[in-house]
Write a protein that binds this ligand. Structure first.
Ligand code: XUL
Ligand code: MN
Length: 346
């Protein structure tokens, strides 16, 4: 039997925020970006998830040398703090040139900007010693279906993956699917879509997925089954554990806070697959409540990490032989009774 996984945790600096939402501005004093990194270790985190401009702010206005010098500074800072960069993601949803998507925009010059920015993101990742690029295909979709040729859009996405794999012979691409928001409908809404693209790419071993619990729930799917699908293909690059209370805006609630049993099943599937044994991180993508006062606000990160570890204990203390016995007898009523009692500590 394999020894139990000693999990490593990660989050991105955007998870420490000032509480702005689509309906109102910041409600907490700003906490300086550069000072966030000192918070990681004390909170029990050692992995940092980056957007390209979290590493190099204002990168569109810098020369290649300036960009790489700044990235080298960040690499040294991470080493000093005992932190590992988990991935870098191109932030393709802020710039006016990406209002209608980057890779799938109808405008050739917008597509050229998206590709240029993606190459910079890959170069930044390499400069900080990181091989994973996350693609959250935020605006690659449509507000009305007639706006784009969807078949062509999917071909363009595949061409982009291939061009990225050619630009750097070592990077991995982890696609983070989401069904909607900020567009009405996104082109890669589920992990099934992402993995189909991976297999169609020129190097399927280097294209994987990152599954965010809330994004699966927004697609009306069970996150643990989505994770199991990726794991069955050895294509789960990372996870963004969080929670979501039904079909609302993307809430990024604390892991397990809205759907405890759904959270338990994600932990169960990860544990059963030995996720983390090869150094994969447990990434959290959680937002502090807007009502929370102070600066910096970090309790949501510590709490989500604690909920994950408590659910790991629940999984490990489960009577596996009883589960097998109930499965074999096809007595799912008894299985559910046992599981819910176990979760309730009864
Ligand atoms: C958006 C989202 C992003 C990605 C990284 O919903 O989850 O934070 O995880 O770009
Ligand atoms: Mn995410």
């Amino acid at each position: 039997m394999n020894p139990p996984v000693d999990y490593k945790f990660s989050f991105g600096p955007w998870n420490i925020s000032e509480g702005a939402d689509p309906f109102g501005p910041e409600v907490r004093p700003a906490f300086p970006h550069e000072e966030k990194f000192a918070l990681y270790r004390p909170l029990g985190f050692e992995g940092v998830q980056f957007h390209d401009d979290d590493v190099v702010p204002g990168l569109d206005d810098l020369s290649p040398d300036q960009m790489l010098n700044k990235a080298a500074e960040v690499k040294a800072m991470l080493a000093n703090q005992g932190l590992t960069p988990e991935f870098v993601a191109p932030r393709l949803w802020f710039d006016p040139r990406t209002v209608d998507g980057g890779y799938t925009s109808n405008s050739a010059s917008d597509r050229a900007y998206a590709w240029d920015r993606t190459k910079k993101c890959i170069d930044i990742a390499r400069a900080i010693g990181c091989k994973a690029i996350v693609l959250w295909l935020s605006r690659e979709g449509t507000y009305i279906r007639e706006a784009k040729d969807a078949r062509l859009a999917y071909q363009r996405l595949l061409e982009t993956l291939d061009a990225m794999l050619s630009h750097d012979a070592e990077i991995e691409i982890w696609i983070e699917p989401k069904p909607n928001e900020p567009t009405d409908q996104a082109y890669v809404p589920t992990i099934g879509h992402a993995i189909a693209l991976a297999y169609a790419s020129k190097d399927p071993t280097r294209v994987k997925g990152l599954i965010e619990s809330a994004h699966a729930l927004l697609a009306g799917l069970d996150p643990s089954d989505e994770m199991a699908f990726a794991l069955a293909h050895d294509k789960l690059g990372s996870v963004h554990l969080n929670d979501q209370n039904g079909l609302k805006y993307d809430q990024d609630k604390n892991f397990g806070a809205a759907n405890l049993r759904v959270a338990f099943n994600q932990v169960r599937v990860l544990e059963e697959a030995g996720y983390g044994r090869r150094g994969e991180f447990i990434g959290l993508d959680v937002k502090a409540m807007r009502t929370q006062a102070g600066s910096p606000v970090t309790a949501h990160l510590a709490n989500s990490r604690e909920f994950f570890l408590l659910l790991v204990e629940k999984y490990r203390s489960m009577d596996a032989s009883l589960v097998t016995q109930y499965r074999e007898a096809r007595d799912y009523e008894a299985l559910e009774h046992y599981l819910v009692r176990h979760l309730l500590g009864a």
